[in-house]
Design a binder for this molecule. Structure first.
Ligand code: FES
Length: 178
């Protein structure tokens, strides 16, 4: 396995929240005891990923640390632990296929292989047209409905090659937009 990471690809121009989102962050902070700002990091990272480009660049994570008045490393350690956070630039749609035991037992490995062949990419890569990124993730809490994947917070369950064809076509045509 190649574990080389090009750190330059993890940098991007700094972006900041809109005044409305900043107000939401400040509201969140009111519920957090003084000195415990780190407990808001998951919420703010989700907001940052959703609103500042779909992934978490080093600049975005540093911005979150600034907002919460914590050390950047405290943000990095959370963002790198959870597979729902994207640390590299992604395509417009991220197909997150569950690879944990129960889904594997009902064929998620076959679904991953099917998507790789269909989109001509490997896990972790993005299609040339920038439409799809394929990721594998740990249990999404839908173990009885596997194989499953999540895209834009929407679950697609009991996947078969035919369903994968339909959902990729759905995203390409905009049918599955948020
Ligand atoms: S094992 Fe796949 S959703 Fe739980």
């Amino acid at each position: 396995m190649n574990l080389h990471v090009d750190i330059n690809k993890r940098h991007a121009e700094r972006k900041e929240f809109s005044p409305e989102s900043l107000a939401k962050v400040n509201e969140l902070m009111l519920d957090v005891p003084e000195g415990k700002h780190k407990s808001a990091v998951l919420r703010v990272l989700h907001m940052a990923q959703d609103e500042l480009g779909g992934w978490l660049s080093i600049e975005t994570m540093d911005y979150v640390a600034e907002l919460l008045n914590i050390q950047p490393i405290e943000v990095y350690e959370v963002a790198t632990f959870y597979t729902m956070f994207h640390l590299d630039q992604t395509g417009k749609y991220v197909l997150e296929v569950c690879r944990t035991g129960p889904c594997m037992l009902v064929g998620s490995d076959k679904i991953i292989e099917y998507i790789e062949n269909k989109l001509n990419i490997q896990v972790g890569q993005t299609t040339e047209d920038g439409m799809f990124t394929l990721k594998t993730v740990e249990c999404m809490g839908a173990c009885g409905y596997g194989p499953m994947l999540q895209c834009q917070y929407k679950n697609h369950e009991f996947l078969t090659p035919e369903k994968v064809d339909e959902l990729i076509e759905g995203y390409r045509s905009g049918t599955f937009e948020k």
